[in-house]
Ligand binder design. Structure first.
Ligand code: PLP
Length: 388
């Protein structure tokens, strides 16, 4: 448990996130220690990869030490080179952009949709130039971007698609799991996500062309995987690469989470739905806006956010929640307005929706063990501020 925030008003503090063990973590950690195999790609990593392949339908799932690492691998697999352009939203975490920038490629920011806060698929085609090589899609809050339309644009222009599905574990677009639709997908098991390993992630390889090279990049540019499979008789340096494997300890922890995915998801949805019901009257009165989930998307209750009517109202809500010991937070500073964004990236036209919504968004505390009375206390405070 993080230290409780002192609360002058006497209400119970509600942290933003409390990582929840699902049950078998310590037993599996002990088993990993007993196995005498602590580095990467031992039995627990293999079981996690197999679980991900079963759940997502990916041709190959490879556990990594972060989603950031998986996206760096994707940028290498797409052979991004200096001067290439990658279309992506500005409303995202820095790792989406860094993956391209580390190859010398230029992120080209496109505005987001006001309903889902995902890249606006209607604006993508106008941003395509002869230098465009890929589209990096982000599924904000585990609500899918419009993948049918985006894959069709990619097909028309011969572009690769990476899904930044860091927030998308256990969410779907139609019947397809997020991360399984683009050529490559990347997911995160950071302790703030739905399923956790402390730090962790995975690359989902959906296009089989990338499988062999993905193994090599992840093993420091060597063909060690083939060697261990007995397919070559010595292993050597064959390509660029880095060390992207997580240790077996992370994989052991993660497997325990995978096995309880249904319970974890049920608990998160219960909390999400309770917030959503509590915010409904405020939305009807025009005092704030709630998340909206398109019909085709099955979200995963990753984030509950509200959009306040103005930035001033948001500042007031953050001030009041902080004073009450409630861990409500804003989210991304849009990358086009960040110092590195102006150096390394460019924007396609103005980004009015990104600028507007990022200034009004507040994320509320949400985790699998969050109690109803905490949700009710947070909701009551939001209502109080919204009604002014
Ligand atoms: C959390 C997150 C990441 C980074 O994940 P790590 O596993 O911490 O590297 C990347 N993109 C998005 C959209 C995220 O939410």
């Amino acid at each position: 448990m993080p230290p409780a925030v002192p609360d002058p008003a006497g209400a119970t503090p509600v942290p933003f996130n409390v990582p929840q063990p699902a049950g078998n973590e310590l037993a599996y950690l002990a088993e990993a220690v007993g196995n005498r195999h602590l580095s990467g790609d031992g039995p627990f990593t293999k079981r996690c990869n197999a679980w991900l392949e079963r759940e997502t339908g990916a041709r190959q799932a490879l556990l990594t030490h972060s989603c950031t690492a998986a996206m760096e691998m994707a940028a290498m697999l797409f052979d991004l080179a200096p001067g290439d352009e990658v279309i992506m939203p500005s409303f995202t975490f820095v790792s989406t952009a860094n993956a391209a920038v580390l190859r010398g490629a230029v992120p080209v920011f496109v505005d987001i949709r006001p309903d889902t806060l995902n890249i606006d698929e209607r604006l993508i085609e106008a941003a395509v130039t002869e230098r465009t090589r890929a589209i990096f899609v982000v599924h904000y809050a585990g609500v899918s971007a419009a993948m049918d339309e985006i894959m069709a644009i990619a097909d028309r222009h011969g572009l690769f698609v990476l899904e930044d599905a860091a927030q998308g574990v256990a969410a779907r677009y139609g019947d397809r799991p997020l991360g399984s639709i683009g050529h490559l997908g990347a997911v995160s098991f950071h302790e703030t996500k739905n399923l956790i390993a402390g730090e962790g992630g995975a690359l989902l390889v959906n296009d089989a062309r990338f499988i062999d090279r993905a193994h090599i990049l992840r093993e420091k540019g060597t063909n060690r995987t083939k060697f261990l499979q007995g397919r070559v008789d010595k292993y050597t340096w064959v390509d660029v690469g880095s060390s992207y494997l997580p240790s077996e300890l992370n994989a052991a922890f993660l497997l325990a989470q995978f096995e309880k995915v249904e319970e974890i998801q049920r608990a998160r949805h219960r909390a999400w739905d309770r917030y959503h019901r509590a915010m409904a009257p405020l939305e009807r009165e025009g005092l704030l806006a709630r998340p909206s989930v398109p019909q085709i998307c099955a979200h995963n209750a990753h984030i509950y956010y509200v959009l306040m009517p103005t930035m001033e109202r948001r500042t007031e809500l953050l001030r009041r929640t902080k004073a009450a010991g409630i861990g409500a937070v804003f989210h991304y500073v849009p990358l086009h307005s960040a110092p590195a964004g102006t150096r390394f990236a460019r924007q396609h036209g103005a980004l009015p929706v990104t600028d507007d919504l990022s200034a009004r968004l507040v994320r509320l505390p949400l985790w699998a063990g969050l109690e109803d009375r905490a949700i009710d206390a947070v909701s009551a405070l939001v209502a109080d501020v919204a009604r002014g």
